[in-house]
Design a protein around this ligand. Structure first.
Ligand SMILES: C[C@H](O)[C@H](O)[C@H]1CNC2=NC(N)=NC(=O)C2=N1
Length: 101
């Protein structure tokens, strides 16, 4: 049974406590900026481990000193569900530990 879509209000409410995260169309997104490429890579690896643990995966982009995430729930038809905001919360909880600027 796929997760139910969240309303715009529910999404905004959940993202309020997650710095840098926003609703962009039918996805939630965030870009973290770092002091170095290697620090950005470290977050990328950590996020990949969390995503495999949750079995929920963002489009994860590593730049020179940035990591960008963009996610919604494919199984629910490409809408934002609890799975997406839960992943965002897990990532937000570890980002500072990787030296986010
Ligand atoms: C078969 C596997 O469990 C599913 O495809 C998982 C994998 N990761 C996923 N990630 C995202 N973003 N949405 C999904 O619906 C999803 N489903």
């Amino acid at each position: 049974m796929p997760a139910a879509p969240l309303s715009q209000e529910e999404i905004q409410d959940r993202l309020t406590g997650l710095p840098g995260w926003s609703l962009e169309g039918d996805r939630i997104t965030c870009t973290y900026r770092f002091h170095s490429h290697f620090a950005a890579l470290g977050l990328t690896v950590h996020v990949a481990a969390i995503q495999d643990e949750l079995n929920h995966h963002s489009d994860l982009t590593l730049g020179y000193n940035t990591v960008s995430l963009s996610v919604n729930t494919h199984d629910a038809g490409g809408v934002v569900t609890e799975h997406d905001v839960n992943l965002a919360a897990r990532v937000a909880a570890i980002a500072d530990g990787h030296g986010v600027r």
